[in-house]
Structures are given as C-alpha cells and as structure tokens.
Design a protein around this ligand. Structure first.
Ligand SMILES: [Cu+2]
Length: 110
C-alpha cells in the first residue's frame, strides 16, 4: 500500500487567522471554542496584540488557560475579551496549548 497521498490533511498555517498591522502594532482576534484553539499567523519583529474572545458558555476547565512556551506566557482566560501581548523575535511555527497540553494549536511567525 505504498503511494498513499497525504492530500486532504490541512495544515494549521492554512487555517490561521492573520494579523492586521496598524501603526506599528499587529492585531489578531480569535474566538474561543470548546475543544480547539485557532491558529494565528503574525509577522516577525512587530508587537502583537492578540484578543481572544471567550464566550462564557465556551470556557471550561480545559481550555481556560493558555500556555505559549516560546514567549513564556500563560494566560488564565476570563469571560469576554482577553488580550495577550508579545513580540515575535524569530520566524517559525510555535505551538501553544491549554494548561493540560490537550488542546494544541500554533502561532506561525513569518
Ligand atoms: Cu486542556
């Protein structure tokens, strides 16, 4: 059974929400979901202001804390707007997860 193709498997970077740069800051906005986080795509070297909108009904004991090892960030999410700030200093694909490591997503820096 050799020769099986891998088409149909979408990569995170294809689904990533891209930032918008306004006056030297890049803004990204995502919505929290139950069992998944949205991948984001940002530009290297520009301060990021990432707003995660957390619907009260979608917050749970699993998704309520985000860990981003690359930026030494852990954020306890609250209902409403949560703003995460960091400045990417190198390009690459960096993972972020829930505090338990169950939900995984990516930050693509280009
Ligand atoms: Cu979790």
């Amino acid at each position: 059974m050799s020769g099986l193709s891998l088409t149909g498997i979408s990569s995170d970077s294809e689904n990533a929400v891209s930032s918008r740069i306004v006056n030297g800051t890049q803004y990204v906005e995502t919505e929290l979901d139950f069992g998944s986080y949205t991948p984001i795509s940002v530009a290297n070297g520009i301060p990021v202001e990432w707003t995660i909108n957390a619907d009260d009904e979608k917050l749970n004991g699993c998704n309520n804390e985000i860990i981003i090892p690359e930026y030494n960030i852990s954020v306890k999410l609250k209902s409403g707007e949560n703003v995460i700030r960091f400045t990417p200093e190198r390009t690459g694909t960096f993972s972020y997860t829930c505090w338990m490591g169950m939900i995984k997503s990516t930050i693509v820096v280009t």
